[in-house]
Design a protein around this ligand. Structure first.
Ligand code: HEM
Length: 418
């Protein structure tokens, strides 16, 4: 990435001084005031520390997500320009795996893979998973009965979506705890922003183990196919000369990862927001018909991903700034979701907000494929949670993890049930 000096000067001159530390503890804890300044005064600014442009207005973030001139493959430039030749060799497996994730692909390969996955995640296909989701919700909350205090993360938000996605893929239940460390290693690389070297090492170690584990499941299914998504993907692979065994394994890594960490954060972020706003909690508990809009509001207000990235595919102008081909951009969905130009009273959490065109599942070509599943998991879990535990309250203040792209709460999240 260029990070050219003239660009930094251009930003300073035009915009005045700005805090470019996206991991500043104050910003991490409460990004809203910072987002407001960005939207009003620096809608597209060059962040020298992050070495890329930061977009914050709804109109610009939405436009970038829909633009065919914005590339989703940020993996190739990262490896080519940020790593030494020795590192590129050392982390070759990480590149190979990440580079085949549908979320980092551009057309025409993206179009091809997305078409395949879409078949598995239509609302109709997802509705067949309802029984599995309901079963897990009942089981986890039965374990809460009679307890005074639970850790929301450990006792539900992590294992619930992890178990759901594992049973969809076909991974045995007793292995689910192993995904945690692997997924963490990967997420830390993809969503955080500190300690680059260590992050690469951790991600690579995680991927080596994750892939070897899935290869074991793959080989079992070669002998005996089952009624699960991995067997289905293997069948697609047999009939599609452009798909390889690696594509199947890497896609399962992506789904197992995307399928639980984000939903885990949405559960924690939404429940803690509701617990901090008793009026909204009561409104939702007494009017479960607002559950759908309540969940969308949870996504808008504290969505699990504050931002995503793109690479400029050509020179262009955005909000008065000259973006050059190859520059990277941080699209702040979190800031766009609080833009008063799009949302009335954006700083107010309102479970009845409708319409709610938030960007937390992205938009355009890469719109989250798992959105129908995540929405169903949330609805079933929250209906039951609010009904069963009317006296829930938080035992400590919410502290947010320092991540540039992700928005997640530091564990443990202790909740009293009585
Ligand atoms: C893509 C968010 C749950 C699978 C995305 C993107 C976002 C997102 C923002 C696009 C990133 C970009 O444009 O660069 C979320 C949130 C979730 C969630 C907030 C939960 C609350 C899930 C689940 C699954 C899933 C449960 C699968 C089981 C995917 C896949 C893509 C994706 C496969 C890539 C789509 C593409 O590139 O065409 N998600 N996700 N997600 N998500 Fe999700």
């Amino acid at each position: 990435f260029s990070g050219r000096y003239d660009r930094a000067l251009q930003t300073e001159w035009k915009m005045g001084k700005i805090n470019d530390d996206l991991l500043d503890p104050e910003i991490v804890q409460n990004p809203s005031p910072y987002y407001k300044v960005l939207r009003e005064e620096h809608p597209c600014y060059w962040n020298e520390r992050w070495r890329g442009w930061v977009l914050s207005r709804y109109e610009d973030v939405y436009g970038a997500l829909h633009s065919t001139d914005m590339l989703a493959d940020r993996i190739t430039p990262f490896f080519r320009h940020r790593l030494s030749a020795e590192e590129q060799r050392r982390f070759a497996l990480t590149y190979e795996v990440l580079h085949s994730f549908v979320v980092f692909l551009d057309p025409p390969r993206h179009t091809h893979l997305r078409r395949i996955f879409s078949r598995a995640f239509t609302p109709k296909a997802v509705s067949t998973m309802r029984g599995v989701v309901e079963g897990y919700v009942q089981e986890f909350f039965a374990n809460w009965d009679g307890r005074d205090v639970v850790d929301l993360n450990k006792d539900f938000a992590y294992p619930f979506p992890a178990n759901v996605i594992a049973s969809i893929i076909g991974a045995p239940r007793e292995d689910v705890h192993r995904f945690h460390g692997w997924a963490d290693g990967l997420t830390n690389l993809l969503l955080a922003g500190v300690g680059e070297d260590q992050r690469m090492d951790r991600a690579q170690d995680a991927l080596v183990e994750f892939k070897a584990y899935l290869k074991g499941l793959y080989d079992e299914r070669l002998k005996q196919p089952r009624d699960d998504m991995m067997s289905w993907l293997m069948e697609v692979e047999q009939n599609d000369p452009t798909l390889t065994e690696d594509d199947v394994l890497h896609s399962c890594i992506l789904l197992l990862n995307a399928g639980h960490e984000t939903t885990q954060d949405l559960i924690c972020n939404t429940l803690t927001t509701l617990l901090e706003l008793p009026d909204q909690m009561d409104l939702l508990r007494e009017n479960p018909q607002h559950m759908k809009t309540g969940i969308e509001e949870g996504l808008r207000f504290n969505g699990p991903l504050k931002g995503t990235m793109r690479i400029a595919g050509k020179d262009m102008e955005i909000a008065g700034s000259r973006v050059r081909e190859g520059d990277r951009l941080l699209l702040l969905m979190g800031a766009a979701n609080r833009d008063p130009a799009k949302f009335e009273n954006p700083e107010q959490f309102d479970v009845t907000r409708n319409p709610n065109p938030h960007l937390s599942f992205s938009h355009g070509l890469h719109f989250c494929l798992g959105a129908p599943l995540a929405r169903m998991e949330m609805e079933i879990a929250f209906n039951e949670l609010l009904r069963r535990f009317p006296k829930m309250h938080l035992l400590s203040e919410v502290k947010w993890d320092p991540r540039i792209l992700g928005r997640s709460i530091e564990a443990p999240i202790n909740i009293a049930l009585q």
